[in-house]
Design a protein around this ligand. Structure first.
Ligand code: GLN
Length: 201
């Protein structure tokens, strides 16, 4: 269908359904992606929240790591939330032994950065690129961006300066989970990138 971008949700582990529902609600044609040929058929990819070390391992088991790395290098728009952000980071801090990422974003991301006492919290966040209304952000065993390279745009930070939303080219990442709060604006931003990617091809 014209005007309806075809986007995938990496469906190895994590909150796949929430992303799929949100993207479908925004008019996208949604496909669950587990295999290279399914990846090849989408114009954008969401990597959900979940457990980054598990998604990493399963992606290697399913032969998806190299295809995803190649797609990112070729400019595929990708939006990662929480574990998905960890998987987009060029450097993962506090990963489990042998943990790898797809990479693509010039950031260093620390897993479980808020410690045990604050496993999960919610807060209002200013995200200027999304307009004046703050984002209601839910953090669940969330990572933080400890270093953002020169080419990385910081979209949101916590009051203490901790970076929690970033963009670099076609890659978008958030430490938190807009999909669990009905916050559509990040997914809309991602879909705009997908449409630009399709138009520019
Ligand atoms: N702590 C998880 C990890 O390291 C991320 C948590 C989440 O995605 N909600 O992958």
């Amino acid at each position: 269908m014209a005007g309806s971008p075809r986007v995938g949700v990496l469906a190895l582990q994590g909150d796949v359904r929430e992303h799929a529902a949100m993207l479908a609600g925004l008019g996208a044609e949604v496909a669950l992606v587990r295999r290279p040929e399914e990846l090849a058929a989408v114009d954008g990819l969401v990597i959900p929240g979940g457990e980054s070390s598990v998604i990493d391992k399963l992606s290697r088991t399913f032969g998806m790591q190299q295809p995803i790395r190649a797609a990112i290098a070729a400019g595929l728009p990708v939006y990662g939330t929480c574990a998905g952000l960890i998987l987009l980071a060029n450097e993962v801090l506090d990963g489990i032994e042998g943990q790898q990422s797809f990479g693509g974003m010039d950031v260093s991301v620390r897993r479980n950065a808020f410690g045990r006492q604050t496993e999960s919290f919610e807060t209002g966040l200013d995200v200027p690129v999304l307009g004046d209304e703050p984002v209601h952000a839910t953090f669940i065993r969330a990572p933080i961006v400890e270093r953002a390279g020169d080419g990385v745009e910081v979209l949101a930070s916590l009051p203490d300066g901790g970076i929690v939303a970033v963009r670099q080219g076609a890659l978008l990442g958030t430490s938190f989970h807009p999909e669990v709060d009905g916050e559509t604006r990040f997914h809309q931003l991602f879909l705009e990138g997908v449409r630009e990617h399709v138009a520019g091809r």
